[in-house]
Design a protein around this ligand. Sequence first.
Ligand code: C2E
Ligand code: MG
Ligand code: MG
Length: 712
Amino acid sequence: MPDALPDTDWSESATASEDDGRYRSIFENAVEGIYQTTVTGSYLRVNPALARMYGYQGPAQLIAGLTDIAKQLYVDSQRREDFARAMARDGVIKDFEAQIYRHDGSVIWIEENARCVRDHAGHILYYEGMVTDISARKAAEEQIRLLATVFDSVSDGILVIDRALTICAVNPAFTRITGLRRQDLIGQAPRLSAPGFEERGLIERICALADDTGHWRGELGYVRPEYQPFAAWVSVTTVRNPDGRTEYFVLACSDITDRKQQEDRIRYQANFDALTNLPNRRFLHEQLDQAIRLAAPGQKRLAVAFLDLDRFKQINDSLGHRAGDTLLKRVARRLRNASRATDIVGRYGGDEFVMIFPNIDDRFSGSFLAEKLLYSFSDPFQLPERELFCTPSIGIAFYPDHADTADGLIRCADLAMYHSKRASPRHYTLFSQEMLQQSSRRLDLEHDLRHAIQRDEFVMHYQPKYDLETERIVGAEGLVRWMHPSGVLISPAEFIPIAEETGLIAQLGQLTLRKVCQQAQAWRQAGLLLDGIAVNLSPREFHDANIVQLVRTVLDNTGLPPDFLELELTEGAMVVDVDHAVDTLRRLKGLGVRLAIDDFGTGYSSLAYLKRFPIDTLKIDRSFVRDVATNATDTAIIDTIIGLASSLGFSVVAEGVETIAQALVLRERNCRYAQGYLICRPLPTDAFAEHVRDAEHHPKPLLPGRPVAGKS
Ligand code: C2E
Ligand code: MG
Ligand code: MG
């Protein structure tokens, strides 16, 4: 303990001079804590502020209670040693920070400034110093450190922008997202971009808006010339001083480029067909709506073409889906090439395509378009599996003539397409109003057809096959008719295609085959003089995996000799997959039945294929027969067919012979057989049998110029 105190003696027992009084007042009333302690760590004097700071009622209580500073005061007792060492070395200590226990055990941060007071010999008499409670500052610093860590480690990019709109802070995420360097940003104005905005002035506008409301949000890009553009979701918040004046803008942005790309992808998927990359049905409707809106004010016309590929199902079934997909892609490309940039080509679904032609002048250009489209199908398609021809059926409708909505127009074009499909292959049809009535009829038929099969509402009619040489009936073709409950007899031309499309053809085919074979066998047993009976197989029946088995079973069950049955097939059923067709034909042939190609000349089969088909008969389509007596070209075609057939050993039947002139030309050209209204219309079963018997017993010469031959 020092025995003498220096001049500035603030001890409570100091003599009260005037100066002393003033110093005492400072000591007593200072907001900082002031103390004197011994080197060994007990208090000599403290002011009230220090006592308050340390949680004591007054200096006396503090001095009495706090007798070992190292142990009782410092949270880390090591701090007292640090303090003492610095004092011994320097004699003063500045800004010495430490955590201390208050009287109640709570912990605060203090900062001390102190010095050694020495005697004349230089021995330390005591320490005296000032203490400030820096807990609040420490907490703030801690907070700042925390925020700085957040600033540095968040994934969102952050820019702090001052009132002059220059960047004063940037976090690492921002540089990472934008690819810009910190040094290129600090002190510069942010360069934001947004679709539809000039880059210049954009940041000003955004900050002005944020300044008004305290906040702004939106989607922006950051301009970074040498990098990929990126899209960001940006929010700008103002930082205001206590007066409410904005001092900073904090711009936070997250990179939404991926999300945007994903959105674009989703939008693409929603609007485009993945296989062909053409607009899909949904998007087509949208585009057509828009085209109509654009055409409406000037009442401009626009055309919609609906295309459906012929025989696509067969191609798919026989060559596989991969080939089908490839074909669709090739078709898409050709349609695209056949159209102008302003036209819209889309895939409507399956093998259906829709094309929209804005600004069509007159009706002629509709036909012209169709011809152009058809032309683009004139070359064969090269598939890895093989080369094949594929044609579309096309329907065309016009705005505003036929409908004034997208739905309406597409429906009209679809109906027109449907008509081309029914009427003739490789054709197009322009829409007409009657088609609407027919279409609802079709739906009714489709519905009724299912019941018709269960209830067997079908009857067979038979049309004679006539030998032009001997002028005798030699056979018959069975033609199915639907006896609709309404009492109307419906033509197969109308319901067979529906049966094909709905898959009902399998049951229907089985039904007719059985009926025809039963009837033929009955007639044979009754002694009706016929060489054979023909029955038609539609393409889908022909492609049925069970067709050979079915024919065999029906023959077995009815007992009909196989060579009495002739199956008529169209070329279309066979050309899609020639190898497969040849195989099926051979197996059918193996049963002993006869095979004919029906409607010959209308299909696509190349004559080269014909050699490979194990068939017996060619039936010349009636479209060639019609003008055979008047049109030299048709006569030449028939000559060619007959010549070819005879060289391949096929017999020839002319279909649809209606006039004596036709029959005479055909006979002259060595067409041996004919069917047609001239000879006889298809007749119901009994009427047919009657007719044959009558012809047998009372032969009437049909054609002039040759004597009626006897039975051959
Ligand atoms: P198709 O096999 O070519 O039959 C000939 C069609 O021409 C028959 O029409 C027949 O009535 C008609 N016809 C015959 N002579 C003449 C004529 O001198 N002038 C004209 N204008 N037409 C004539 P139908 O009976 O309406 O049959 C149409 C088509 O329906 C048939 O064409 C055939 O492809 C199909 N079909 C008919 N019956 C069946 C069947 O039982 N099964 C299958 N799968 N298809 C059938
Ligand atoms: Mg036929
Ligand atoms: Mg025919």
